[in-house]
Ligand binder design. Structure first.
Ligand SMILES: [Zn+2]
Length: 415
Protein backbone atom coordinates (compact mmCIF):
# COMPACT_ATOMS: atom_id res chain seq x y z
CA UNK A 1 0.00 0.00 0.00
CA UNK A 2 1.54 3.20 -1.19
CA UNK A 3 0.59 6.73 -0.17
CA UNK A 4 0.29 9.23 -3.03
CA UNK A 5 2.82 12.02 -3.48
CA UNK A 6 0.66 14.75 -1.94
CA UNK A 7 -1.66 14.05 0.94
CA UNK A 8 -3.60 16.16 3.39
CA UNK A 9 -4.78 15.09 6.81
CA UNK A 10 -8.17 16.40 7.82
CA UNK A 11 -9.10 15.99 11.44
CA UNK A 12 -12.80 15.95 12.19
CA UNK A 13 -13.46 15.82 15.89
CA UNK A 14 -17.22 15.40 15.74
CA UNK A 15 -17.30 13.37 12.55
CA UNK A 16 -19.80 15.51 10.67
CA UNK A 17 -17.67 17.34 8.09
CA UNK A 18 -16.30 14.49 6.00
CA UNK A 19 -18.13 15.59 2.87
CA UNK A 20 -17.24 19.27 3.25
CA UNK A 21 -13.59 18.32 3.72
CA UNK A 22 -13.61 16.01 0.74
CA UNK A 23 -15.26 18.72 -1.40
CA UNK A 24 -12.29 21.00 -0.68
CA UNK A 25 -9.80 18.31 -1.73
CA UNK A 26 -11.84 17.48 -4.83
CA UNK A 27 -11.70 21.15 -5.80
CA UNK A 28 -7.90 20.95 -5.75
CA UNK A 29 -8.04 17.73 -7.74
CA UNK A 30 -10.22 19.45 -10.33
CA UNK A 31 -7.40 21.99 -10.70
CA UNK A 32 -5.07 19.17 -11.63
CA UNK A 33 -3.28 18.51 -8.36
CA UNK A 34 -3.96 15.11 -6.88
CA UNK A 35 -4.09 15.27 -3.11
CA UNK A 36 -4.99 12.19 -1.11
CA UNK A 37 -7.49 12.88 1.68
CA UNK A 38 -6.51 11.30 5.01
CA UNK A 39 -8.93 11.41 7.91
CA UNK A 40 -6.84 11.58 11.06
CA UNK A 41 -7.99 11.40 14.64
CA UNK A 42 -5.78 10.79 17.63
CA UNK A 43 -6.41 8.58 20.59
CA UNK A 44 -6.52 11.71 22.77
CA UNK A 45 -9.31 13.20 20.62
CA UNK A 46 -11.31 9.97 20.73
CA UNK A 47 -11.03 9.92 24.52
CA UNK A 48 -12.14 13.53 24.84
CA UNK A 49 -15.10 13.18 22.48
CA UNK A 50 -15.94 9.61 23.60
CA UNK A 51 -15.83 8.40 20.02
CA UNK A 52 -14.44 5.18 18.56
CA UNK A 53 -11.89 4.84 15.72
CA UNK A 54 -14.40 2.77 13.72
CA UNK A 55 -16.55 5.92 13.40
CA UNK A 56 -13.78 7.72 11.50
CA UNK A 57 -13.74 4.90 8.95
CA UNK A 58 -17.54 5.01 8.62
CA UNK A 59 -17.41 8.78 8.11
CA UNK A 60 -14.64 8.57 5.47
CA UNK A 61 -16.35 5.77 3.55
CA UNK A 62 -19.68 7.61 3.62
CA UNK A 63 -18.18 10.90 2.37
CA UNK A 64 -16.33 9.09 -0.41
CA UNK A 65 -19.47 7.27 -1.47
CA UNK A 66 -21.72 10.33 -1.30
CA UNK A 67 -19.40 12.43 -3.46
CA UNK A 68 -18.36 9.62 -5.79
CA UNK A 69 -14.64 10.01 -5.01
CA UNK A 70 -12.79 7.26 -6.85
CA UNK A 71 -9.26 8.21 -5.80
CA UNK A 72 -7.15 7.03 -2.91
CA UNK A 73 -8.15 7.96 0.64
CA UNK A 74 -6.90 6.86 4.04
CA UNK A 75 -7.88 6.69 7.68
CA UNK A 76 -5.04 7.59 10.04
CA UNK A 77 -4.64 6.23 13.57
CA UNK A 78 -2.93 9.41 14.64
CA UNK A 79 -0.34 9.54 17.44
CA UNK A 80 -0.78 6.01 18.63
CA UNK A 81 1.47 3.78 20.71
CA UNK A 82 1.51 0.17 21.86
CA UNK A 83 -0.97 0.81 24.67
CA UNK A 84 -3.76 2.10 22.44
CA UNK A 85 -3.12 0.91 18.88
CA UNK A 86 -5.43 -2.09 19.14
CA UNK A 87 -8.62 -0.03 19.05
CA UNK A 88 -7.50 1.33 15.65
CA UNK A 89 -6.09 -1.77 14.00
CA UNK A 90 -9.23 -3.05 12.28
CA UNK A 91 -10.38 0.19 10.68
CA UNK A 92 -7.28 2.35 10.03
CA UNK A 93 -4.90 1.88 7.11
CA UNK A 94 -2.45 4.63 8.06
CA UNK A 95 -0.67 4.51 11.42
CA UNK A 96 1.25 7.36 13.02
CA UNK A 97 3.65 5.74 15.46
CA UNK A 98 4.31 8.38 18.10
CA UNK A 99 7.58 7.62 19.85
CA UNK A 100 8.43 11.14 21.01
CA UNK A 101 8.31 10.20 24.69
CA UNK A 102 11.07 7.62 24.12
CA UNK A 103 13.54 10.23 22.87
CA UNK A 104 16.51 10.32 25.23
CA UNK A 105 15.74 6.98 26.86
CA UNK A 106 18.92 4.94 27.28
CA UNK A 107 19.50 1.93 25.05
CA UNK A 108 21.11 -1.38 25.88
CA UNK A 109 24.88 -1.30 25.33
CA UNK A 110 24.69 -4.00 22.67
CA UNK A 111 22.09 -1.99 20.72
CA UNK A 112 24.34 1.07 20.74
CA UNK A 113 27.33 -1.02 19.66
CA UNK A 114 25.36 -2.63 16.85
CA UNK A 115 24.27 0.81 15.63
CA UNK A 116 27.81 2.20 15.73
CA UNK A 117 29.24 -0.74 13.86
CA UNK A 118 26.47 -0.61 11.25
CA UNK A 119 27.46 3.03 10.62
CA UNK A 120 31.05 2.03 9.77
CA UNK A 121 29.93 1.29 6.22
CA UNK A 122 29.03 4.97 5.82
CA UNK A 123 32.67 6.02 5.98
CA UNK A 124 34.03 9.07 7.82
CA UNK A 125 32.17 11.78 6.03
CA UNK A 126 28.86 12.07 4.19
CA UNK A 127 28.25 14.77 1.65
CA UNK A 128 24.60 15.40 0.90
CA UNK A 129 23.57 17.74 -1.89
CA UNK A 130 21.83 20.77 -0.43
CA UNK A 131 23.47 20.49 3.00
CA UNK A 132 25.96 23.25 3.62
CA UNK A 133 28.25 21.10 5.67
CA UNK A 134 29.10 17.48 5.25
CA UNK A 135 28.33 15.10 8.11
CA UNK A 136 31.56 14.07 9.80
CA UNK A 137 30.95 10.73 11.42
CA UNK A 138 32.70 10.15 14.73
CA UNK A 139 32.05 7.68 17.52
CA UNK A 140 31.09 10.60 19.76
CA UNK A 141 28.44 11.79 17.31
CA UNK A 142 27.11 8.25 16.89
CA UNK A 143 26.89 7.77 20.66
CA UNK A 144 25.11 11.09 21.00
CA UNK A 145 22.45 10.35 18.36
CA UNK A 146 22.04 6.80 19.64
CA UNK A 147 21.47 8.20 23.14
CA UNK A 148 18.73 10.42 21.81
CA UNK A 149 16.92 8.38 19.21
CA UNK A 150 17.82 4.71 19.18
CA UNK A 151 15.33 3.65 21.85
CA UNK A 152 12.56 5.70 20.22
CA UNK A 153 13.11 4.00 16.88
CA UNK A 154 13.27 0.61 18.58
CA UNK A 155 9.85 1.33 20.07
CA UNK A 156 8.54 2.35 16.63
CA UNK A 157 9.76 -1.04 15.38
CA UNK A 158 7.77 -2.81 18.12
CA UNK A 159 4.58 -0.92 17.26
CA UNK A 160 5.12 -1.46 13.53
CA UNK A 161 5.59 -5.21 13.93
CA UNK A 162 2.58 -5.46 16.20
CA UNK A 163 0.38 -3.83 13.53
CA UNK A 164 2.00 -5.94 10.81
CA UNK A 165 1.26 -9.12 12.74
CA UNK A 166 -2.45 -8.28 12.66
CA UNK A 167 -2.91 -6.55 9.30
CA UNK A 168 -0.17 -8.17 7.26
CA UNK A 169 2.87 -6.80 5.47
CA UNK A 170 2.19 -4.05 2.94
CA UNK A 171 -1.42 -3.66 4.07
CA UNK A 172 -1.02 -0.26 5.74
CA UNK A 173 0.94 2.98 5.61
CA UNK A 174 3.44 3.78 8.34
CA UNK A 175 4.39 7.19 9.66
CA UNK A 176 6.91 7.70 12.45
CA UNK A 177 6.37 10.87 14.47
CA UNK A 178 8.70 12.68 16.85
CA UNK A 179 7.07 16.10 16.64
CA UNK A 180 5.57 16.49 20.09
CA UNK A 181 8.78 17.49 21.87
CA UNK A 182 10.48 20.74 22.83
CA UNK A 183 13.72 20.58 20.92
CA UNK A 184 13.73 20.30 17.15
CA UNK A 185 15.54 17.55 15.30
CA UNK A 186 18.25 18.88 13.03
CA UNK A 187 18.83 17.53 9.51
CA UNK A 188 21.83 15.62 10.92
CA UNK A 189 19.59 14.07 13.58
CA UNK A 190 17.16 13.14 10.84
CA UNK A 191 19.90 11.50 8.81
CA UNK A 192 20.65 9.09 11.65
CA UNK A 193 16.99 8.60 12.54
CA UNK A 194 16.43 7.45 8.94
CA UNK A 195 19.38 5.06 9.22
CA UNK A 196 17.87 3.63 12.42
CA UNK A 197 14.39 3.35 10.88
CA UNK A 198 15.84 1.48 7.91
CA UNK A 199 17.91 -0.80 10.18
CA UNK A 200 14.79 -1.53 12.25
CA UNK A 201 12.98 -2.68 9.10
CA UNK A 202 10.22 -0.07 9.34
CA UNK A 203 8.92 0.81 5.85
CA UNK A 204 8.11 4.40 6.83
CA UNK A 205 6.44 6.42 4.08
CA UNK A 206 6.21 9.60 6.12
CA UNK A 207 8.23 11.05 8.96
CA UNK A 208 7.07 13.87 11.23
CA UNK A 209 9.98 15.66 12.87
CA UNK A 210 9.83 18.51 15.32
CA UNK A 211 10.75 21.48 13.17
CA UNK A 212 12.40 24.62 14.41
CA UNK A 213 9.98 27.27 15.74
CA UNK A 214 6.68 27.06 17.58
CA UNK A 215 3.73 25.10 16.17
CA UNK A 216 1.01 26.34 18.46
CA UNK A 217 -2.51 25.00 18.10
CA UNK A 218 -4.80 26.82 15.73
CA UNK A 219 -2.57 29.81 15.01
CA UNK A 220 0.24 30.75 12.68
CA UNK A 221 3.88 29.69 12.84
CA UNK A 222 6.00 31.56 15.36
CA UNK A 223 9.70 31.52 14.65
CA UNK A 224 12.43 32.31 12.19
CA UNK A 225 10.91 31.39 8.85
CA UNK A 226 14.25 31.75 7.02
CA UNK A 227 15.74 29.19 9.39
CA UNK A 228 12.68 26.98 8.89
CA UNK A 229 13.15 27.17 5.11
CA UNK A 230 16.80 26.22 5.40
CA UNK A 231 16.07 23.23 7.62
CA UNK A 232 13.06 22.12 5.62
CA UNK A 233 15.12 22.06 2.45
CA UNK A 234 17.93 20.17 4.19
CA UNK A 235 15.36 17.69 5.54
CA UNK A 236 14.10 17.07 2.01
CA UNK A 237 17.65 16.33 0.89
CA UNK A 238 18.28 14.00 3.83
CA UNK A 239 15.15 11.99 3.01
CA UNK A 240 16.22 11.83 -0.62
CA UNK A 241 19.57 10.41 0.49
CA UNK A 242 17.86 7.97 2.85
CA UNK A 243 15.69 6.61 0.06
CA UNK A 244 18.65 6.11 -2.23
CA UNK A 245 21.14 4.74 0.28
CA UNK A 246 19.22 3.19 3.16
CA UNK A 247 16.56 1.46 1.08
CA UNK A 248 13.58 3.24 2.60
CA UNK A 249 10.37 3.42 0.49
CA UNK A 250 10.87 5.62 -2.57
CA UNK A 251 7.81 7.72 -1.72
CA UNK A 252 9.14 8.59 1.78
CA UNK A 253 8.18 12.20 2.54
CA UNK A 254 7.95 14.74 5.30
CA UNK A 255 4.82 14.95 7.39
CA UNK A 256 4.11 18.37 8.83
CA UNK A 257 1.82 18.32 11.84
CA UNK A 258 0.55 21.80 11.41
CA UNK A 259 -1.16 22.27 14.78
CA UNK A 260 -3.95 23.29 12.39
CA UNK A 261 -2.81 26.49 10.67
CA UNK A 262 0.71 27.46 9.65
CA UNK A 263 0.04 29.93 6.88
CA UNK A 264 3.41 31.73 7.00
CA UNK A 265 5.39 28.61 6.20
CA UNK A 266 2.95 27.03 3.73
CA UNK A 267 4.31 29.00 0.73
CA UNK A 268 7.88 28.17 1.81
CA UNK A 269 7.05 24.47 1.76
CA UNK A 270 5.17 24.88 -1.54
CA UNK A 271 8.25 26.44 -3.17
CA UNK A 272 10.68 23.86 -1.84
CA UNK A 273 8.68 20.76 -2.72
CA UNK A 274 8.23 22.20 -6.19
CA UNK A 275 11.93 23.06 -6.50
CA UNK A 276 13.00 19.54 -5.58
CA UNK A 277 9.95 17.69 -6.93
CA UNK A 278 9.16 16.09 -3.56
CA UNK A 279 5.96 14.89 -1.96
CA UNK A 280 4.39 16.24 1.22
CA UNK A 281 1.92 15.23 3.89
CA UNK A 282 0.32 17.94 5.99
CA UNK A 283 -1.74 16.95 8.97
CA UNK A 284 -4.26 19.35 10.44
CA UNK A 285 -6.59 18.67 13.32
CA UNK A 286 -8.69 21.32 15.06
CA UNK A 287 -9.04 23.72 12.16
CA UNK A 288 -12.31 22.04 11.13
CA UNK A 289 -13.73 22.15 14.65
CA UNK A 290 -13.09 25.91 14.74
CA UNK A 291 -14.97 26.31 11.47
CA UNK A 292 -17.93 24.54 13.06
CA UNK A 293 -18.02 27.15 15.81
CA UNK A 294 -17.61 29.93 13.22
CA UNK A 295 -20.40 28.46 11.09
CA UNK A 296 -22.74 28.19 14.07
CA UNK A 297 -21.98 31.75 15.17
CA UNK A 298 -23.25 33.11 11.83
CA UNK A 299 -26.12 30.62 11.46
CA UNK A 300 -28.61 32.56 13.53
CA UNK A 301 -29.53 33.18 17.13
CA UNK A 302 -29.44 29.66 18.58
CA UNK A 303 -26.15 28.88 16.86
CA UNK A 304 -24.59 32.09 18.13
CA UNK A 305 -25.86 31.36 21.63
CA UNK A 306 -24.12 27.97 21.66
CA UNK A 307 -20.92 29.47 20.24
CA UNK A 308 -20.91 32.07 23.02
CA UNK A 309 -21.71 29.40 25.57
CA UNK A 310 -18.72 27.35 24.42
CA UNK A 311 -16.45 30.36 24.87
CA UNK A 312 -17.87 31.21 28.31
CA UNK A 313 -17.40 27.65 29.56
CA UNK A 314 -13.94 27.35 28.01
CA UNK A 315 -12.88 30.58 29.70
CA UNK A 316 -14.11 29.29 33.07
CA UNK A 317 -12.20 26.02 32.60
CA UNK A 318 -9.13 27.42 30.91
CA UNK A 319 -6.54 25.67 33.11
CA UNK A 320 -8.12 22.26 32.71
CA UNK A 321 -8.63 22.55 28.94
CA UNK A 322 -5.16 23.92 28.27
CA UNK A 323 -3.32 21.38 30.44
CA UNK A 324 -3.04 18.58 27.81
CA UNK A 325 -1.75 21.12 25.28
CA UNK A 326 0.55 23.10 27.59
CA UNK A 327 3.53 22.88 25.23
CA UNK A 328 1.64 24.03 22.17
CA UNK A 329 -0.44 27.00 23.24
CA UNK A 330 0.47 30.52 24.34
CA UNK A 331 -2.58 32.45 25.47
CA UNK A 332 -2.23 36.03 26.68
CA UNK A 333 -4.99 36.22 29.31
CA UNK A 334 -5.10 40.00 29.14
CA UNK A 335 -6.22 39.74 25.51
CA UNK A 336 -9.12 37.37 26.17
CA UNK A 337 -12.47 39.19 26.05
CA UNK A 338 -14.74 38.83 29.08
CA UNK A 339 -17.91 36.74 28.93
CA UNK A 340 -20.02 39.92 29.20
CA UNK A 341 -18.18 41.53 26.35
CA UNK A 342 -18.70 38.50 24.10
CA UNK A 343 -22.37 38.28 25.11
CA UNK A 344 -22.95 41.60 23.35
CA UNK A 345 -21.25 40.53 20.09
CA UNK A 346 -23.01 39.96 16.79
CA UNK A 347 -22.46 36.70 14.91
CA UNK A 348 -20.25 38.55 12.43
CA UNK A 349 -18.08 39.94 15.22
CA UNK A 350 -17.76 36.51 16.85
CA UNK A 351 -16.84 34.86 13.54
CA UNK A 352 -14.32 37.57 12.62
CA UNK A 353 -12.62 37.26 16.01
CA UNK A 354 -12.30 33.50 15.65
CA UNK A 355 -11.64 33.07 11.93
CA UNK A 356 -7.96 32.82 11.02
CA UNK A 357 -7.46 35.71 8.64
CA UNK A 358 -4.03 37.12 9.49
CA UNK A 359 -4.17 40.89 9.52
CA UNK A 360 -7.95 41.11 9.98
CA UNK A 361 -8.66 43.88 12.48
CA UNK A 362 -10.96 41.71 14.61
CA UNK A 363 -8.98 38.44 14.53
CA UNK A 364 -7.81 37.42 18.02
CA UNK A 365 -5.36 34.48 18.20
CA UNK A 366 -5.80 34.20 21.98
CA UNK A 367 -9.55 33.75 21.62
CA UNK A 368 -8.92 31.25 18.83
CA UNK A 369 -6.43 29.16 20.80
CA UNK A 370 -8.77 28.90 23.77
CA UNK A 371 -11.66 27.70 21.62
CA UNK A 372 -9.26 25.36 19.80
CA UNK A 373 -8.65 23.42 23.02
CA UNK A 374 -12.27 23.86 24.13
CA UNK A 375 -13.78 21.07 22.04
CA UNK A 376 -14.34 19.11 25.23
CA UNK A 377 -17.03 21.65 26.14
CA UNK A 378 -18.85 20.97 22.86
CA UNK A 379 -18.49 17.23 23.43
CA UNK A 380 -20.21 17.66 26.79
CA UNK A 381 -23.06 19.55 25.15
CA UNK A 382 -23.72 16.29 23.31
CA UNK A 383 -26.91 16.28 21.26
CA UNK A 384 -27.41 20.05 21.65
CA UNK A 385 -24.21 20.61 19.74
CA UNK A 386 -24.58 17.79 17.23
CA UNK A 387 -28.18 18.62 16.35
CA UNK A 388 -27.17 22.22 15.60
CA UNK A 389 -24.37 20.97 13.36
CA UNK A 390 -26.90 18.89 11.50
CA UNK A 391 -29.50 21.65 11.31
CA UNK A 392 -26.96 24.16 9.96
CA UNK A 393 -24.91 21.69 7.97
CA UNK A 394 -24.95 23.84 4.85
CA UNK A 395 -23.53 26.99 6.38
CA UNK A 396 -21.07 25.07 8.59
CA UNK A 397 -19.98 22.85 5.69
CA UNK A 398 -19.37 25.92 3.52
CA UNK A 399 -17.08 27.34 6.22
CA UNK A 400 -15.18 24.04 6.51
CA UNK A 401 -14.74 23.74 2.76
CA UNK A 402 -13.65 27.35 2.28
CA UNK A 403 -11.14 27.10 5.12
CA UNK A 404 -9.46 23.97 3.80
CA UNK A 405 -9.43 25.01 0.17
CA UNK A 406 -8.83 28.76 0.34
CA UNK A 407 -6.68 29.07 3.42
CA UNK A 408 -4.81 25.75 3.40
CA UNK A 409 -4.64 24.03 0.02
CA UNK A 410 -4.22 27.21 -2.05
CA UNK A 411 -1.20 28.23 0.00
CA UNK A 412 0.29 24.76 0.26
CA UNK A 413 -0.01 23.74 -3.35
CA UNK A 414 0.20 27.14 -4.99
CA UNK A 415 -3.30 26.88 -6.48
ZN1 LIG B 1 1.77 15.67 15.88
Amino acid sequence: MKLGKYSFGVGDRFGHQGEAQLRALMKANAKGIEIVPVWNKSNREHNTIHSEPAETRIEADAAVKALGWTGEYRVDADHINLTNVDRFVATADFFTLDVATYIGNPSATEDVEAFISSCKALGDEIKIDGLEESIVITDDLLKKVAGKFLEAVKEAGKIYRHIESVKGKGKFITEVSMDEVDSPQTPVDMFFIMKMIADAGIPAQTFAPKFTGRFNKGVDYIGDSAQFAKEFEADLMVLDYAVKHFGLPENLKLSVHSGSDKFTIYPIMADLIKKHDKGLHVKTAGTTWLEEVIGLSIAGEEGLKVAKDIYAKALGRKEELCAPYADVIDIDDSKLPSVDEVAAWSGEKFANTLRHIPGHAEYNPNFRQLIHVGYKVAAELGETYISLLEKHSEIVGACVEENIYDRHLKRLFDL
